[in-house]
Design a protein around this ligand. Structure first.
Ligand code: CA
Length: 242
């Protein structure tokens, strides 16, 4: 799958191009809006930075959309909330707010291409499908907890739980092996990104949010000094540990 990355910042474009390459994507990168609009690359999807040196990224988005239905994911900096909304109204399919990890972007790319019906052709890259047989996309039921990885919907006792993309990824990851302890490092490497450098405090914040949203903190127990595990409240080894 070929991506056109329109981004002037080398510190972002470099790691992104390399990281996406590891997932089997071919990335054509240009530094300006004008270069993006005149590029003779025939991408399957456009990654568009809104803060470009030569023109407003929103104008680039509008021009791209005016001539083709190609999926567009905007890359925005903090504080560009209004721009994100405007971009989505102009026809962008999604946005990523900096900073973000490659894994998260890949998940968005897949979600957008699924939604727009432009599924990538050809064989997946070496790391495209890390042991994700189709079977794991079947909805998962853990006690009252229902996880649908295909639609990214979560319910507890038939009540819809609204999760952020990261919260969903975190829950889905822990739920792959209920009861097993996942170390902080494993979680950061998988749900965040091996190339995402940030304080792991963000993990604690997401765990706290998940517990609150699931309605019972016992869903996720802390293995002190090690990591976290998901268990159905009242149904696991966590009961003795609490
Ligand atoms: Ca920029």
């Amino acid at each position: 799958m070929r991506l056109l990355l329109i981004e002037d910042d080398d510190r972002i474009a470099g790691p992104l191009t390399e990281g996406l390459g590891r997932y089997g994507f071919t990335v054509d990168r240009v530094r300006t809006g004008a270069a993006g609009l005149t590029s003779d690359s025939a991408p399957d999807l456009v990654l568009l930075d809104l803060g470009l040196p030569d023109m407003d990224g929103l104008d680039v988005c509008r021009s791209l959309r005016a001539r083709s239905p190609i999926p567009i994911i905007m890359i925005t900096a903090r504080g560009e909330e209004a721009d994100r909304v405007a971009g989505l109204e102009l026809g962008a399919d999604d946005y990523m707010a900096k900073p973000f990890g490659v894994r998260e972007l890949v998940a968005r790319i897949r979600a957008v291409t699924r939604r727009t019906g432009t599924l990538p052709a050809g064989p997946p890259g070496p790391e495209t499908t890390p042991a994700t047989p189709t079977a794991t996309l079947a909805p998962q039921q853990l006690g009252p907890l229902h996880i649908d990885r295909r639609t990214r919907q979560v319910r507890v006792d038939a009540r819809d739980i609204a999760l952020s993309p990261r919260e969903f990824d975190l829950l889905a990851y822990l739920a792959q092996d209920p009861g097993a302890v996942h170390s902080r490092q494993q979680i950061m490497d998988t749900v965040w990104d091996p190339h995402f450098f940030g304080p792991t405090k963000t993990l604690d914040a997401h765990i706290a949010a998940l517990r609150r949203k699931l309605g019972d903190s016992a869903w996720i127990t802390t293995a002190r000094g090690v990591g976290f595990r998901l268990t159905v409240p009242g149904d696991g080894p966590s009961e003795a540990a609490r």
